[in-house]
Ligand binder design. Structure first.
Ligand SMILES: Nc1ccn([C@@H]2O[C@H](COP(=O)(O)OP(=O)(O)OP(=O)(O)O)[C@@H](O)[C@H]2O)c(=O)n1
Ligand SMILES: C[C@](O)(CO)[C@H](O)COP(=O)(O)O
Length: 248
């Protein structure tokens, strides 16, 4: 059977840092909901066969409406997410129970609506020879590790070599068998702490090489108030660069 590529759009978060009355992925970005733009990136990707969406419980119907109104044909299911992002990743993998271990899964933050088609294509291409890949960018800032200081504040404990540091974005892609094995071990660990899916594979399957696919600074995660305006500016610039004047 040919390898299938399944994208999971993770939208189970409530957006507490954004502080909006409804989950931030429903906020309009240049006239269309953030989540619609995130789903559209995978709908438009020739590499992707199927999309599952994991949405905050209570808003699944709203996303089904968005999917129907947009005429997306690859979305097979919109399901409730979990209490944490990790739980939502687990729910996404459970939704793919019928797929083969050799199939590919791309886990993507709904809050990253500006992901580029080239980035999705590069992830899928990398999975031709790797079991796990993550999109990442270099850090322009010096990044430090902190520790509690003597006055109750923070002090710098370590300044890692910046040239070897990367900031992780999404998508993060896996052979389904690799993601399944990693999350099986992770969910059995009462001490599980994870902020991304590559980190779960790195921790629980240390023998698995997790490759980096270069991302770009425009693939921002809409997180805080003001990020929607930044994303709109980036979208407008991308359209200007592509010579598309009209908003869509
Ligand atoms: N239980 C959760 C928490 C987060 N996410 C998703 O993971 C992505 C990255 O998370 P983040 O930006 O932190 O979103 P929120 O958790 O919604 O934001 P906050 O931490 O401010 O509440 C988002 O697309 C978010 O919807 C998820 O699917 N399920
Ligand atoms: C997965 C992620 O986007 C990589 O940078 C990030 O770790 C998600 O973190 P969040 O706290 O759930 O936004």
């Amino acid at each position: 059977m040919p390898t299938r590529v399944i994208a999971a759009v993770l939208a189970g978060g409530v957006g507490s840092r954004m502080g909006a009355p409804s989950p931030k992925q429903l906020l309009p970005l240049a006239g269309r909901p953030i989540i619609e733009r995130s789903i559209e990136a995978f709908e438009a990707s020739p590499e992707v066969d199927e999309i599952v969406v994991l949405m905050v419980d209570g808003f699944v119907d709203r996303v089904e409406e968005i999917v129907a109104d947009a005429g997306f044909t690859k979305v097979s299911r919109v399901l409730p997410g979990g209490a944490t992002r990790t739980d939502t990743s687990v729910a996404a993998l459970a939704a793919m129970a019928g797929a083969a271990d050799s199939d590919l899964v791309l886990l993507h933050d709904a809050a990253r609506p500006l992901v580029r088609p080239e980035t999705i294509a590069a992830c899928v291409a990398a999975l031709g020879s790797a079991g796990a890949v993550g999109v990442a960018v270099p850090s322009a800032d010096t990044v430090v590790e902190v520790a509690p200081g003597s006055d109750g504040g923070e002090v710098i404990a370590r300044t890692p070599d910046r040239s070897r540091l990367r900031r992780m974005q999404t998508p993060q892609g896996f052979r389904l068998g690799v993601a399944r094995r990693a999350y099986e071990l992770a969910t059995a660990d009462p001490g599980l702490v994870a902020t991304d899916d590559c980190g779960v594979v790195l921790r629980y399957l240390p023998e698995e090489e997790v490759r980096i696919v270069p991302g770009d600074e425009t693939n921002i995660k809409v997180t805080n108030p003001g990020d929607v305006e930044i994303a709109e500016t980036l979208l407008r610039r991308a359209r200007e660069d592509a010579g598309q004047g009209a908003a869509s």
